[in-house]
Design a protein around this ligand. Sequence first.
Ligand code: NAG
Ligand code: NAG
Length: 503
Amino acid sequence: MLLVRGLLLALCFSTGCCVYTIRLKSFSLGGFSSSALQLQLGASQRNQTASGSGLSLASDPSGAVNFLDMVNNLRGDSGRGYYMEMVIGTPGQTLNILVDTGSSNFAVAAASHPYVTTYFNRALSSTYQTSGRAVAVRYTQGNWEGELGTDHISIPQGPNGTITINIAAILTSDGFFLPGINWQGILGLAYPLLARPDPSVEPFFNSLVQQTGIPDVFSLQMCGAGVSVSATSEPAGGSLVMGGIEPTLYQGSVWYTPVLQEWYYQVEVLKLEVGDQNLNLDCQEYNMDKAIVDSGTTLLRLPAKVFDAVVEAISQMSLMQDFSSGFFAGSKLACWVKGDSPWRFFPKISIYLRATNTSQAFRLTALPQLYIQPVTDVDGTLNCYRFGISSSTNGLVIGATVMEGFYVIFDRAHKRVGFAVSTCAESDGVLMAEIAGPFPVDGGCIGSFPLQEPLLWVLAYALMGLCALVLLILLILLLVPCHRRQRDGEITDQSSLVRHRIK
Ligand SMILES: *[C@@H]1O[C@H](CO)[C@@H](O)[C@H](O)[C@H]1NC(C)=O
Ligand SMILES: *[C@@H]1O[C@H](CO)[C@@H](O)[C@H](O)[C@H]1NC(C)=O
């Protein structure tokens, strides 16, 4: 996860001559207290009604789960994250929990912190059991440390029933909880391999599937596209559908891409286009060192080389010669006079993903409405926007910027991620996202995905043999330990895993 803060941003006026630096207010907590109160009332009511029939789903694995009950169970936006209400412990304590498909721990604030309005008080829960094990997770922005335990949880707008899950009680943190957020914990929805301190700590969704019998799939609709990120506006919201797919949340067809490795939701990007122009980079550049789908990352993040090519192409096509590079670097906002929308100046961006038929690809297209993002009114006469794409040193991340255009289906049962155009990705009657396919795959990203062709296997083994021989010779001749080379890209290496976790 990586959340963007709006702290000190310089403003760049596209009109050219003058570049002002304006101190933007950080997202303040104002306006959240009344909605938090409503949430708590709603939760306690539901607790009472759920107690009678709460376990029906567990004893009836084939029982119908009503997906419509889960529609609109999220609030939030790309900048502050999307979060869901959960009830933890006995008696239940209601907290808002950030939905993050880029990590695998369920962790909640268990001590007071200036930026959380409430926290999980373990002493008040009769069902909390500590394991005595310490746990720590680091992100680019922030980290936390705490203690592992288990407790009962229920989800007011989720599958019926109470389940027992692993909980990391956050005792100390640094830069993890931010001003203006309205959540107090994080729900990591990725695979066990990413769980801290080790994969034996069963992640929430694995426990949910096992204990309720719902199908091993969840889907996400995030509705913040085109909504200005500001302190006063009500967060947009969205839906986390657990156990299946809700047809009213998308339109058109669903395209699936295989999950390459079950740790993050790692997928394979085959091509990028800006406008109709193919960036023409070697497709390995797009997957260097991985490409993942992550709801907890705010922006579309691209490996440095890809990012530079995208910015170059956008600058050429946007017809704005005097555009400050600070805008693309993320340090400046671009502002237009109110009423003048900048979107017509910018090209579409398309990401080609491998289809489940591996000789085909499909294309996700983000219109500028998705990646040129309104931020906030600065002085009432200007509309300001941030660039929703950033440079990355640890892989390509399909974050909220792109996900907000699509209904994204995490079909773990079939080891694939599906995309369809979201019903809430509409601005003034114009869809902000498109999906199309199939496209033929010419060649492929050899080395970054499991080889399919027997001939390629032979080739791969031959190359590996040659590589081993070369390494052996180097070892003998240069007396240099070469084993480090072989570890590159290996995901079971704990230290590299920690490094990859940092986004
Ligand atoms: C939970 O159970 C109630 C009562 O049986 C039912 O109306 C509701 O749709 C169920 N919720 C879900 C998410 O299945
Ligand atoms: C996969 O795609 C190829 C190329 O478009 C096509 O010829 C083939 O029939 C497809 N396979 C399946 C199983 O649909």
